[in-house]
Structure formats: C-alpha cells, structure tokens
Design a binder for this molecule. Structure first.
Ligand SMILES: [Zn+2]
Length: 174
C-alpha cells in the first residue's frame, strides 16, 4: 500500500462498498487541534483505515493512528516525548437516534448531507483521547531524582539538585 496524504473527509458508504483500505498520513502542521493539547507535534500522524460492510450490513470504518508528541513532565517540568496510539471502529449514522441501536463495538459517527465524515477531526479526537492524564517520565529518566520521589518534600535548599552527601545527611536525621 502506498503512503498517501489522507483526504480531510471521506464518504464511508462509498468506500465501504468498494472495500477501500488507506495507509496514509496527516502532516504535523495539519493537526492544529492536537497541537493545542501538547507542547509540540513531532511527527506526521500515520493512519491506516479499512472500510467495509459487516455481516449485519453496517458500514464500518476501522483504523489506527500513531503520532509522536512532546509533552511536559508533570513531575519535573522538562519535555517528554511520547507516542500516542489509538484504535477505533466507527459506524456512520444519519442521526443520533440511529446511534442508539448501534452495536457497542462501534462508535457512531455522523455524516453530513453529502454522506461525508470529518476524517481528520475524528483522527485528531482519537489521538487527543490517547493523551496521558498526567504525563510523566519513567522514574529513571526524570529530572526529579529517585530520592526526591521517594522521600517527597525536601527542604527547599535540597529540592534544587541536592548533592549525594546532602541527601545522605538528610536521611541520617530521620
Ligand atoms: Zn520528569
């Protein structure tokens, strides 16, 4: 499959009838909403999609997406690189009434008067949902040292880069 720049909208009904598969990408600068939720979007979003009609005759858009982003570590405040990954399965509906009878394995997605769905918006939503609630480095990579993490609040003069000796002295007092 060729890597193509994905269309902003698709017609899932038509694509499902033709059993289309996409492997493509959205460029980092197209992901404006995601950009507002992170420090930086570091890569293009890689997206694979397949459209088909399931045994219940429902139109299905199944896919996955990945993108690399920079977040801010909530422990040390330093940049943190993270790959966001998501998987999704949507079935397009004309109205939210129709959405209520949809099997739970599918999320409803509304299509417009032309039968099209907002594909880039949907992929961005999924990636935003994949963001960690509290982004943090793993302990060994965090600027806040393991000692500080274990012993919590240190006196202010130690909080800024304590020397090993200072930490030791602090331990002995306890
Ligand atoms: Zn950190």
């Amino acid at each position: 499959m060729q890597k193509v720049k994905l269309p902003l909208t698709v017609n899932p009904q038509k694509d499902a009838q033709r059993r289309l598969n996409y492997a493509g990408y959205y460029a980092a600068n197209q992901l404006k909403r995601l950009a507002k939720s992170v420090v930086n979007v570091l890569s293009d979003a890689q997206v694979t999609l397949s459209f088909y009609i399931d045994p219940q005759k429902l139109v299905v858009m199944k896919g996955e997406a990945q993108v690399e982003v920079e977040l801010e570590c909530q422990r040390c405040g330093e940049p943190l690189k993270q790959t966001l990954e998501c998987e999704f399965a949507y079935s397009p509906v004309a109205s939210w009434d129709q959405a209520e009878v949809l099997p739970q394995i599918y999320e409803p997605i509304e299509f417009n008067e032309f039968g099209e769905i907002d594909l880039i918006g949907t992929v961005e939503d999924e990636l935003i949902l994949a963001l960690p609630l509290v982004p943090m480095h793993s302990p060994e990579h965090c600027e806040v040292s393991a000692q500080e993490q274990v012993f919590g609040e240190l006196p202010e003069e130690l909080a800024n880069k304590p020397s090993p000796f200072a930490v030791l002295a602090n331990l002995k007092q306890k």
